[in-house]
Design a protein around this ligand. Structure first.
Ligand code: GDP
Ligand code: CA
Length: 338
């Protein structure tokens, strides 16, 4: 597709062919954990229509560019453009622009903005400035990457997660952008709370409510329960839309053996009083039959969890290679009865 911001026509969302006939699965996802799981699901469920509803609470504007880290991680992972070692950003990345910005003293210098990656942010920002909503921008970017799933931002409205912390210098409480807390401070400052700035005015992006309404299964990826899945579910109307689904709702634990497999998600859970265990996260999501979300909850084979009202299953949950990830996705589909 030609991307021309002076063109008043809007790109149409790709509608999957044979939607009526084929199975539909909706996945709520964050960045790395969500992307890897989705990659496994695509291979475990060939021919199935998959819609990924992706967290945009991590989005940030830096150097005048709109950056959507979780959407990009999913898009690059499914489009085979990801750096597999880092788990984010482009393979074969170079950092010339980042170094040049630092030479100007242009803050922030702590965010990894690669040269290849920059092209994505340039195209996205250009389209947003021209008036395209993020959902259509995401579709347009996906025409290059062909992720094999319908990639939807949770919302077209801007929602940015901020973290309430105590400034070590002044001793005062302040809210800083999630990226500043996560990357600059390596999540070292104790979070008192997570705030979704702008969420009151947000609504699910076009296609999200419709996808839940016809889904044969909804899967909560093993993503961060607070700042990935929690942020998506915080969009007004999202929870209700999810619960309207005729399919079963299955979650996968991001906690294995009492700790996060990779990353720093354990820094987020205590702020919401969630115990760092598969049981703790399962209970936080709760049973659908009891005002919560889950019909089934998958925990790692070495873990146990008692989540009242939920079908708890212990299966291997380590995404160590494509075959293991595919098997994990298959287990989620089994738990969903599809
Ligand atoms: P982010 O936005 O890049 O932080 O990614 P997500 O929110 O999608 O996923 C981060 C979560 O993935 C972390 O909390 C990890 O606990 C979880 N995770 C990463 N790798 C694995 C894995 O192999 N197995 C399981 N069960 N969880 C994982
Ligand atoms: Ca993220």
């Amino acid at each position: 597709m030609q991307i021309d911001p002076t063109d008043s026509r809007r790109p149409e969302r790709d509608l999957p062919s044979g939607t009526m006939a084929c199975m539909e699965i909706v996945v709520i996802a964050g960045g790395v954990g969500g992307a890897r799981f989705l990659a496994g699901l695509v291979t475990a469920a060939p021919g199935v229509t998959i819609t990924a509803v992706v967290n945009t609470g991590d989005d940030v504007t830096l150097h005048g560019l709109r950056i959507c880290p979780d959407l990009d991680t999913v898009m690059y992972t499914l489009g085979d453009g990801i750096d597999p070692g880092r788990g984010w950003g482009r393979r074969g990345e170079t950092w010339t622009v980042k170094d040049e910005l630092a030479a100007y003293g242009a803050e922030p210098t702590w965010f990894g903005l690669g040269d290849r990656d920059l092209a994505t942010h340039l195209v996205r920002t250009r389209m947003l400035v021209a008036g395209y909503p993020l959902s259509q921008v995401t579709t347009a970017l996906g025409e290059r990457w062909q992720p094999g799933v319908t990639l939807l931002p949770m919302s077209d409205q801007r929602v940015e997660t901020h973290v309430v912390v105590t400034d070590p210098q002044t001793g005062r409480q302040q809210a800083i952008h999630f990226q500043e807390w996560w990357i600059k401070h390596r999540a070292a400052l104790d979070p008192a709370a997570f705030v979704q700035v702008g969420v009151e005015d947000a609504r699910p992006a076009p296609g999200v409510v419709e996808a839940f309404a016809t889904a044969d299964a909804v899967v909560l990826a093993p993503s961060n329960p607070v700042v990935s899945v929690g942020t998506v579910l915080g969009v007004p109307g999202m929870r209700e839309a999810l619960l309207s689904t005729p399919g079963r709702v299955v979650g996968l634990s991001p906690i294995v053996g009492g700790s996060v497999v990779r990353g720093m998600a354990d820094r987020c859970l205590p702020a919401l009083g969630i115990e760092i265990s598969a049981e703790g996260v399962g209970r936080h999501y709760g049973a659908r039959s009891d005002g919560g979300l889950l019909d089934a909850w998958l925990v790692h084979e070495s873990d146990t969890a008692d989540v009242p009202g939920v079908d708890v299953r212990a299966v291997p949950l380590l995404m160590s290679d494509p075959a293991a990830t595919q098997a994990m996705a298959r287990a989620a589909l089994d738990a969903a009865g599809v």
